[in-house]
Design a protein around this ligand. Structure first.
Ligand code: 6CS
Length: 315
């Protein structure tokens, strides 16, 4: 059969590289073919998610940044400074996390989705018109965030005026001044030319962009055991591939931006400057628990345990 797989990025961006590897593995090891639908071919992130839930698509890559309405617990990825900044620890966390591998699949299943994997896409940095050295500098800045209530809380705590928008509207909104800032991982800032419509990049180490790949659950459950095994193996191979692909990517991307626009300011904030941003984490955690109740708190606590385990394993 032909399996339809949509994602939120272009073919040569991280989600696209993952999808291409998945397609290659499936086509090498089964009789099936995979048809890829990059960003823009079937609509925004919310559209492809609906299509996957209804079975029009077999596979979808949607980031937790857009899954908050459907699965409020997925917003846990927007508690600032929860994920480690060390790449090995981060990778080990995604590989071994009980929250990701055992708890989240149950929540996605309730929405008709078979969660196949989650993986990181790189450190998120802000791009703005003016330099940001403290939350005061974000005062009055209309800052685009993904459509996710906790991310709104987090940028409020950072001092900005958060403006949730789907991705397709971001470049134009920056160009026309409807918003003055947004955040994304380095490779994406470069490939989508955010430097054409903003002048300053600020990295404060507050997050790594997480994404998730899932299948329509009825589709997955209806497959033969061999096909399910082939999918699981293809996902594993693509997971390893995508972590490897990203080695050094953040720095390379920032360098490419410097080449494309030498006057772009790139500021990596010092530990001291990061402090007031780090101090918001507790309030955002509280907001998360208020939004998600006991279930959310359980996931947050499990994630903290998983992070401690990953840290120990990579020391
Ligand atoms: O900011 C966004 O909306 C987009 N950012 C990335 C890195 N991937 C897809 C998502 O739509």
């Amino acid at each position: 059969a032909t399996w339809r797989y949509a994602f939120e990025e272009a073919l040569e961006e991280v989600q696209g590289k993952f999808a291409q590897k998945f397609k290659e593995e499936i086509e090498a090891n089964t009789d099936h073919t995979v048809q890829l639908f990059p960003f823009g071919t079937l609509g925004e992130s919310d559209d492809i998610m609906e299509q996957a839930q209804s079975g029009i698509l077999n596979f979808v890559d949607q980031s937790p940044g857009f899954t908050g309405a459907l699965i409020p617990e997925a917003q846990v990825f927007f508690v600032p400074y929860l994920l480690p900044q060390d790449q090995d620890t981060l990778n080990e966390f995604f590989r071994s996390s009980v929250a990701i591998n055992e708890m989240f699949p149950k929540l996605y299943a309730e929405q008709g989705l078979q969660l196949l994997t989650m993986f990181p896409e790189g450190e998120v940095c802000m791009t703005t018109q003016d330099p940001v050295h403290s939350p005061d500098d974000l005062n009055e800045v209309k800052f685009r965030v993904m459509t996710n209530p906790l991310l709104v809380e987090s940028y409020k705590a950072f001092g900005a005026t958060p403006t949730p928008l789907p991705w397709g509207e971001v470049y134009g909104a920056l160009q026309t001044g409807i918003i003055q800032g947004q955040e994304n991982p380095g490779f994406f800032l470069e490939s989508t030319k955010m430097y054409e419509v903003t002048d300053v990049i600020t990295c404060i180490g507050h997050n790594n962009f997480t994404t998730a790949v899932m299948a329509n659950k009825d589709f997955y459950d209806g497959l033969s055991e061999d096909d399910q095994k082939a999918i699981d193996a293809a996902i594993e191979a693509s997971f390893d591939y995508i972590l490897d692909y990203q080695q050094g990517l953040q720095d390379e991307s920032l360098e490419k931006i410097k080449e494309a626009k030498p006057e772009m300011q790139i500021n990596i904030l010092s530990e001291d400057e990061r402090k007031p941003f780090m101090e918001t984490a507790g309030d955002v955690e509280d907001a998360f628990i208020e939004m998600t109740g006991d279930g959310g708190e359980e996931i947050l606590n499990q994630m903290k345990k998983d992070l401690a385990t990953a840290e120990q394993a990579t020391q």
